[in-house]
Design a protein. Structure first.
Length: 94
């Protein structure tokens, strides 16, 4: 249920839109998000885009060392915090 004052996405996302197109000038300060696959590809780009907009990002990765190396490159641009957790969705032990 939507609370008054919360951001609302009232548009359809198209297949050719980028993360920048979708988020636009949205301010994510004070929001916490969990991103799976944060060490590469779309997951990494989503982490970057949300952290740049002030979100506190928890990135889930299978390999912490690789994830840290990837995240280190975007940390300079981010105003939000990015933390990594090890998570292998194929393993019940993680």
């Amino acid at each position: 249920m939507k609370k008054e004052g919360e951001d609302q996405m009232d548009y359809q996302i198209e297949k050719d839109q980028t993360t920048e197109d979708v988020l636009g000038d949205m301010d994510l300060t004070g929001r916490r998000v969990l991103i799976t696959g944060a060490g590469a590809g779309l997951g990494l780009e989503t982490c970057r885009a949300m952290a740049v907009r002030g979100a506190e990002v928890v990135g889930a990765v299978r390999d912490l060392a690789k994830g840290r190396a990837a995240i280190a490159q975007l940390a300079a641009d981010a105003s939000g915090r990015v933390d990594l957790v090890e998570l292998d969705l194929a393993s019940l032990q993680s």
